[in-house]
Design a protein around this ligand. Structure first.
Ligand code: TYM
Length: 331
């Protein structure tokens, strides 16, 4: 039986952080043996917000290097760069004819970007979800490992696939957002304001490239309060987030100890943060070091990117053949 297809992408718009790791990359690594996986660097998407391309190549290389340092095996998956697969642009064009201005304008990420960059509300920004749907549907992927912030885009991808099938015949399957465990993940920033992000609120985001002292400094500054006064209290979301991070990088016994202390109202947040900082340093350090080694090996990066593009183009052109046939564009 052929393996189910999985696809996901990351924009090269800054340094990768713990949100990217726990929302997406950790799942990529877990899926690589069981599924037919396509993972890519979304450099076309990056152009909608970062038109200056001086840093782009470096950022693309860093995303590739960090994915491998996190455990992705480029021999098992197809790891490629979006602009190396022009078939995606053709499917994007077709899908654009079944995406409506009204629904695109209502997309949360579009509204956010209009607020953030009022002087550059370009058409690429408006049709961002259409390009994302093309990324997914070009490989007829069924599972898309992403964080919670991408849920709406996945719903739109399903709508575009359904409209295509309804208009031209059954070619494109319906993709689902995926996470091991029941819920999609959202890692908040350490000050409790919004989510960790590649380019905003950098002192409250933990990056995979942060050095040991910076990791300690950021965690020791994380927002806490004077602690619970009632046994078994509900945790405010910024405290819940610290526990989420602790669960991700610390031993279960450590987590249990601090949970019990919290429930008995004897928790010392200073101790909790010190423990989290040390466990986080141990988690990030090997990734940072390995990523730096890979990033300086340009021959290896080039080999990985070419090999990934070849696999991705084979799958993409097979889908386009079906799409063109269904649309009667196969002269
Ligand atoms: P991007 O580059 O913003 O983020 C990459 C992945 O990391 C997840 N993520 C988070 N998860 C939990 N907590 C956070 N704080 C957090 N921040 C980011 C994202 O959900 C994502 O899975 N539009 C996509 C890129 C893309 C794509 C695709 C993804 C383009 N085409 C096709 C899947 C399929 C994006 O901007 O992700």
């Amino acid at each position: 039986m052929s393996k189910e297809v999985v696809l996901s992408g990351i924009r090269p718009t800054g340094f990768l952080h713990l949100g990217n790791y726990f929302g997406a990359m950790r799942n990529y690594v877990r899926m690589q043996d069981e599924y037919n996986c396509y993972f890519f660097v979304a450099n076309w998407h990056a152009l909608t917000t970062h038109p200056d391309t001086k840093e782009l190549q470096n950022s693309v290389h860093r995303v590739i290097a960090e994915n491998i340092a996190c455990g992705l095996d480029y021999q098992k998956v197809s790891l490629y760069v979006q602009s190396d697969v022009p078939e995606i642009a053709e499917l994007y064009l077709y899908l654009n004819t079944m995406a409506y201005k009204g629904e695109l304008e209502k997309t949360t990420t579009f509204k956010d970007k209009v607020r953030q960059q009022p002087d550059n509300v370009n058409a690429g920004l408006l049709t961002y979800p259409v390009l994302m749907a093309a990324d997914i549907l070009i490989h007829r992927a069924l599972k898309v490992p992403v964080g919670k912030d991408q849920e709406q885009h996945l719903e739109m991808a399903r709508n575009f696939a359904e409209r295509f099938n309804h208009r031209y015949g059954d070619v494109l399957p319906s993709p689902q957002a995926f996470n091991f465990g029941s819920e999609l993940v959202k890692i908040m920033s350490l000050d409790g304001n919004g989510k960790m992000s590649k380019s905003e609120n950098q002192m409250n985001t933990l990056y995979l490239a942060d050095d040991d002292d910076l990791i300690r400094k950021k965690i020791m500054k994380a927002k806490t309060d004077s602690g619970p006064t009632q046994p078994n209290s509900f945790k405010p979301d910024y405290i819940e987030n610290i526990f989420t991070l602790l669960k991700l990088v610390s031993d279960q016994t450590v987590v249990n100890k601090f949970e019990t202390d919290f429930n008995n109202c004897v928790i010392r947040y200073g101790d909790l943060k010190k423990q989290l900082a040390e466990d986080m340093v141990n988690f990030i350090k090997p990734i940072r070091e390995q990523a730096a080694d890979i990033q300086s090996n340009k021959a290896l990066l080039s080999k990985i990117i070419h090999q990934g593009a070849e696999k991705a183009r084979a799958s993409a052109s097979a889908t386009l053949t079906e799409v063109r046939k269904a649309m009667r564009l196969n002269y």
